[in-house]
Design a protein around this ligand. Structure first.
Ligand code: PMT
Length: 399
């Protein structure tokens, strides 16, 4: 999604400026063309040469040098930008932008661009909480700027408070989300489930499975990057919280059912990548079960079948992790659960299915179309599933 996009990365004079190197590196590795503009004070915190080496592009620090050194117009970057992200953004930069001042290359670019602008403030907690800064941010937000709230923690001053530059992954996620606004899922609401539900046996033990959540998270992020409004309903995982979507944390199948019912009330599609437990203990012990008896029998009952029971006029996409007769078994589930698409997941291959970063799937739809995909990354699989969702949504809209 970042490939071939031009991202203007503005850096201002804050101790957090060194983190811009990581942002530039991640964007560049993802295929973006990163044009760095640094204010004069930013160059005191991090050397332009560092950014130049990371991005492989000239770094702009002075508006008047620009034309001669790089032989480009001073608004050329503004015109080429797909997105402008300023991280870190100081209180002074925020005040100048709110006042419409354009007195250096960064403020000139922001004023001259038609691309969306993202600001990631970083400053002392008192400066951030000051009503002048808050008013300035509100003004910029009202003008369409995207503000990434700073994080809470230890600040350069030694104080603890709000003002640390947001996590680099959150900044990158926001850039992707903003770039995705014009995507083929813009205006669509998607609900995605991920991870393995945990059914409690007692306060410390549960019945679980090996789902890592990677497949579901990849679908949620891909849908976000294509412009969808996403709700991710997730069982516990060790994955970082994705940015730019609503994330609902649940543990059990019953909780997932409730969260899915609520989230799908206005959805265009539901994609259930979660590995939902089929059985749960009939009742969970209130206190930790003592290991005094040589054996223990648990009575299990069926969990609710979320896909079958959820009601509404939206596309339903299910997964089927299968080890034999993969396509035939998946087809049966498609019929039984009245799905639009089923993703038959081959779990016989060690590189496919639970826990790994890659997956080998076959997409089967209600009309009988069968598409065998090779081993792909879970992100690639996510995009192939979404291609089919886009197709079916368009077909549904024509009916
Ligand atoms: O999380 P990862 O480590 O990345 O692994 C991804 C995955 C292997 C878990 C995922 O790709 C996958 O295949 N998920 C479905 C697992 C499965 O076998 O589901 P199932 O055959 O039990 O159920 C079929 C469909 O019904 C699934 O979409 C499931 O979410 C849904 N279901 C199942 C049980 C239940 N009580 N309610 C449901 O809605």
């Amino acid at each position: 999604m970042l490939a071939n996009k031009t991202v203007i990365l503005g850096i201002t004079g804050s101790l957090a400026a060194y983190k811009a190197a990581d942002i530039a590196s991640k964007l560049t590795q993802a295929g973006a063309r990163v044009e760095v503009i640094m204010t004069e004070s930013a160059t005191r915190f991090i050397a332009p040469l560092t950014l130049r080496n990371i991005t492989g592009r000239p770094v702009v620090t002075d508006m008047f040098e620009l034309a001669s050194e790089f032989s480009i117009e001073h608004v050329a970057l503004a015109e080429a930008a797909d997105v402008v992200a300023i991280a870190p953004a100081t209180a002074s930069l925020i005040a100048r932008l709110a006042a419409g001042i354009s007195d250096d290359m960064l403020t000139v670019t922001v004023l001259a661009t038609k691309a969306p602008v993202i600001l990631a403030p970083a400053m002392n907690v008192n400066m951030f909480e000051n009503s002048i800064t808050q008013d300035n941010l509100a003004k910029l937000k009202a003008r369409g700027f995207t503000i990434i709230d700073p994080a809470y923690g230890r600040l350069a001053s030694g104080k603890i408070g709000l003002g640390r530059l947001a996590d680099v992954d959150k900044i990158i996620g926001t850039i992707k989300q903003v770039l995705g606004r014009g995507g083929d899922l813009a205006g669509k609401r998607m609900v995605v489930t991920a991870g393995g539900t945990q059914e409690p046996i007692d306060p410390v033990r549960h019945i679980g499975n090996r789902s890592s959540g990677k497949m579901g998270y990849a679908i949620a992020e891909a849908a976000r990057d294509r412009g969808a409004t996403v709700t991710l309903v997730t069982a516990p995982t060790s994955l970082p919280e994705p940015v730019g979507m609503e994330v609902v944390h649940i543990e059990t199948a019953a909780q997932m059912k409730e969260a899915v019912a609520e989230a799908t009330s206005q959805a265009d599609a539901l994609i259930m990548a979660a590995a939902v437990a089929d059985y749960q203990p009939k009742s969970a012990a209130k206190a930790k079960i003592k290991k005094e008896t040589p054996s223990l029998t648990l009575e299990l009952i069926r969990t609710p079948d979320i896909l079958t029971e959820v009601k509404g006029d939206f596309l339903k996409v299910g997964f089927a992790a299968e080890s034999e007769d993969i396509v035939a078994n998946a087809r049966q589930k498609l019929e039984k659960k009245q799905l639009d698409i089923i993703v038959a997941n081959d779990i016989t291959d060690a590189d496919s299915g639970f826990g790994v970063d890659t997956n080998k799937v076959t997409l089967i739809d209600r009309d009988g179309k069968v598409e065998n995909l090779p081993l792909l990354t879970k992100r690639e699989v996510a995009d192939r599933i979404l291609d089919r969702v886009v197709e079916l949504l368009a077909k549904k809209a024509r009916r």
